[in-house]
Structures are given as C-alpha cells and as structure tokens.
Design a binder for this molecule. Structure first.
Ligand code: HEC
Ligand code: HEC
Ligand code: HEC
Ligand code: HEC
Length: 331
C-alpha cells in the first residue's frame, strides 16, 4: 500500500467522525422524540414496544429514516418537529429506538410465534421491573396475565390517552420535566414555565409507587394546600368519613374504600353517579375492570397510586373462622 492511499483513507475516516456538537441518538430521543414515542401519544409507535414497531420495521429501515426526516401524513412531524436537528441526528434517534426493539427485526418469526413474542415482552417487562423497582412486591401470576391482556388492548388503540401510566415506568421515564412527559404540550410557553416534578416533589413524603409521593400523607401533614374552587380561594371540601368494605372472594384481603381520603381531594360528582351508583354493593367492580381503566382504575394508575399497590386497597384481613364472634371489634 502506498503512502498516498493510506493518507486518503485517513482523511475519509476523519470526515466520517461526527462534528463535536452532534447529539447522540439517545439524547435526541430524550429531548425530542420521547414526547410522543415514550407514551404512544397520537398513535406514535412506543419506545421498546416490539409489537408497535414490528410492522413498521418490516417495510425497511430506509423507509423509517425517510419518515423521521420528512414526517408522515398520520402525525409524525418532520424531524419530530425540531428542524434544527441534522439528518444524522434524526437518523441516530431512529437507530436508538430500533435498538430497543431488536426482536421486531424478525417480524415473520414473531408472527409465527405470537405466544413466544408475548412471553419475551413479559420477560422484558419483568426484567425492567426487577431492575428499576427493587422494592416493589412481586405481582401475582393471575394479575400479571390480566395486565398483559391490558397491554394488548392498549397496543390496539394506542391513541387512547388513558393508556398512559398503566404500567410501572422505569425510573428514567418517571417524573420527566413537563415538556418531555408526553402529557403537556411542548409547544406551549406555559409548559416550559411549569416546575419540574422532581423539584416540586422534593419536600413531600415519599411512597414506593406511582410518582413516588404519598399524597394522602402529604395532605395530612399539611404540606399541601389544595384549592377546592377555581374562583373561590376560601372554598372548603365536603369531607365524608364513610368506609365501604367490599368483600373479595378467595384469599385476597377485602377492599376498604375510604370516602374520607377521597373527598379530601375530590368532589362527590367526580364519582357519583358517572363511575359509581352511590349505594353500597350496587356496583359490580372487578380487578379486570380496574386494570382496564374503569371503576377505581379511572384514577388509580393515572392520577392516584397504581394498581400494583395491592395492599393499599386490599387492606382488611379476612375474618378467621376460628376467631370467636365476641372478639369482633365494634365498628
Ligand atoms: C409530536 C409527536 C411526535 C414526535 C415529537 C416524534 N414522533 Fe415519530 N411518530 C409520531 C406518530 C404519531 C407516528 C405514527 C405516524 C404514522 O403511522 O405514520 C410516528 C412514527 C414514527 C416512525 C415510524 C414511521 C413509519 O413510517 O412507520 C419513526 C421512524 C419515527 N416516528 C421517528 C421519530 C423520531 C426519530 C423522532 C424524534 C426526532 C420522532 N419520531 C418524534 C409522532 C411523533
Ligand atoms: C372516588 C370516588 C368517590 C367519591 C369522590 C365519592 N364517593 Fe360515594 N361511593 C364511592 C364508592 C366506590 C361507593 C361504594 C359503591 C358500592 O359499594 O357499590 C360509594 C358509596 C356511597 C354511598 C352509599 C353508602 C351506602 O352505605 O350505601 C353514598 C351515600 C355516597 N357514596 C355518597 C357520597 C358523597 C355524599 C360524596 C361526596 C361528599 C361521595 N360519595 C364521594 C365512591 C366515591
Ligand atoms: C375519581 C378518582 C378516583 C377513583 C374513581 C378512586 N380513587 Fe382512590 N384515590 C384517588 C385519589 C386522588 C387518592 C389520593 C392520592 C393517592 O393516594 O394516590 C386516592 C386514594 C385512595 C386510597 C388511599 C387512602 C390512604 O389512606 O392512603 C385508597 C385505599 C383508595 N384510593 C382506594 C380506592 C378504591 C378501592 C377505589 C374504587 C372503589 C378508588 N379508590 C377509586 C382517586 C380515586
Ligand atoms: C385501587 C384499589 C385496588 C388495588 C390497588 C388493587 N385492587 Fe384488587 N380489587 C379492588 C376492588 C374494588 C375489587 C372488587 C371487590 C369486589 O368484588 O367488590 C378487587 C378485587 C380483586 C380480586 C377478586 C377477583 C376480581 O378480579 O374481582 C382479586 C383476586 C384482587 N382484587 C387482587 C388484587 C391484586 C393481586 C392486586 C395488586 C396487584 C390488587 N388487587 C390491587 C381494588 C383494588
């Protein structure tokens, strides 16, 4: 090999090294793409969700690059709406998202073995949970199955705004600053004026799940001063102290639904009559419905602690047959 050709090779190699200011695919994803692709906003294929990506990858990676650069008629904005990105940065973000769903690169195999693909997803989810939720109690198999079914429904209708925050999120996806959380509109100035949750939550009592705040305790300790009427700062809540016990068949402890803790936050009309008929036992409530975002699941798993916290709701131990009736606590 002559000296000249070796030098030419060196120059070429240097030209291929990205400019110092170029952002990695991961950074671009976090700053721009995650707004929609983390939660599936507007029908965007979700990060790490092999099922969402498989049919798209089947069309070839070159086509995906084109979609990322030029946008698509179905709501993917050119370069995710950030035209300051270089082509290489946008493609890098595509690569970053594809790396998270390597399994989807074999769509034919995945279709032939849907159960295996599902099992793999489950494995991935479990691994994720194990990695990020060291303190979380293991979810019993029966419920894990139901929640997998829920995921499938969410995948079929990813545009459903209520599909967000269904599953435990990895630490890196929790409490993102408002412009990146996939909930607030990043193009609104108001969104950028909001305090990031991690700053706002600092002084509040912690919990192990959801957004990691024990809101009931925060209110008890008067660390918060909610306003009960948008226009009247002096409005007081109508608090009702009435527990409703829902007996649960099988070995799970019974559910205690506490009106007090709810009416400290919520007006009666939030639940009655749209979600619950106000009469003990008049509503049929099941765990499946809750996981599908109905009944208690209208709020729990979205704006209140998630369904993974079994003992918060299933808090009343079953009466033991051997216990003498006289020892029953008077209620
Ligand atoms: C404002 C929301 C939004 C942002 C931000 C966004 N996307 Fe998308 N993206 C979508 C939607 C919605 C779709 C599905 C559109 C469709 O089916 O054509 C999509 C689809 C895609 C696809 C698949 C396209 C196809 O042809 O199948 C790729 C690749 C993609 N986005 C890449 C990116 C990258 C890279 C970024 C960040 C630089 C990004 N997106 C930012 C909403 C967004
Ligand atoms: C977070 C939801 C929620 C809120 C808010 C709420 N309730 Fe209820 N309420 C329930 C549930 C759940 C039941 C039990 C229904 C069942 O057992 O089928 C219930 C039952 C009742 C009952 C029937 C009690 C019985 O013994 O039959 C009454 C009365 C009632 N609520 C009144 C109110 C009033 C008044 C308010 C406001 C001060 C209120 N509720 C706020 C969820 C709520
Ligand atoms: C309209 C919204 C809404 C519905 C519906 C709802 N909850 Fe809640 N729930 C909340 C909020 C808000 C809190 C307080 C914030 C938190 O703890 O995450 C709460 C708190 C609780 C608590 C915690 C009490 C404590 O002392 O820590 C329990 C238990 C509970 N809910 C059970 C239920 C059950 C059971 C149902 C269904 C029968 C239900 N909730 C339906 C919004 C709701
Ligand atoms: C937000 C409150 C809430 C949480 C959290 C919750 N449950 Fe439930 N669960 C209920 C209610 C309400 C019922 C219905 C009770 C009835 O029959 O009236 C129920 C019913 C059940 C039943 C009876 C069968 C059925 O599907 O109705 C089982 C089993 C059960 N839950 C298991 C669990 C497990 C395991 C967890 C944790 C992974 C959990 N639940 C978390 C509220 C909750």
């Amino acid at each position: 090999m002559t000296m000249i050709s070796r030098m030419a090779f060196l120059v070429l190699a240097l030209a291929a090294v990205p400019a110092a200011a170029e952002q990695s695919g991961k950074d671009v994803y976090g700053k721009v793409c995650a707004t929609c692709h983390a939660s599936g906003l507007a029908g965007a294929p979700r990060y790490g969700n092999a099922g969402d990506w498989a049919p798209r990858v089947a069309g070839g990676v070159a086509r995906l690059y084109q979609s990322a650069l030029n946008g698509t008629p179905k709501g993917m904005p050119a370069k995710g709406g950030n035209l300051a990105l270089s082509d290489a940065e946008a493609k890098g973000a595509v690569d970053f998202m594809l790396a998270a769903v390597k399994d989807a690169a074999r769509p034919a195999a995945a279709q032939a073995e849907p159960k295996k693909a599902e099992a793999r997803k489950d494995e991935a989810r479990k691994a994720d949970t194990a990695k990020d939720e060291p303190k979380a109690a293991p979810v019993p198999a029966a419920v894990a199955t139901t929640s997998a079914a829920t995921t499938e429904v969410a995948a079929a209708a990813p545009a459903d705004v209520n599909s967000f925050n269904r599953l435990l999120k990895p630490v890196s996806k929790r409490n993102l600053p408002p412009p990146e959380d996939g909930i607030h509109d990043p193009s609104s100035d108001g969104t950028h004026a909001l305090q990031p949750p991690l700053t706002a939550f600092g002084p509040l009592p912690k919990s192990n799940a959801g957004n990691r705040i024990n809101w009931v305790e925060a209110l008890n300790q008067k660390k918060l001063n909610p306003r009960y009427d948008r226009l009247d700062p002096k409005a007081e809540p109508v608090v009702m102290d009435l527990n409703i016990v829902r007996e649960v068949k099988g070995s799970m402890p019974d559910v205690v639904y506490p009106h007090k803790q709810h009416t400290e936050w919520l007006d009666c009309s939030n639940c009655h009559p749209a979600i619950f008929i106000p009469q003990k036992g008049a509503n049929s409530i099941s765990m499946a419905a809750i996981l599908m975002g109905e009944k208690c699941g209208v709020c729990h798993g979205k704006v209140a602690f998630p369904v993974s916290e079994c003992r918060n709701c299933h808090s009343k131990k079953k009466e033991l047959a051997v216990r003498p009736a006289a020892a029953e606590p008077a209620k």
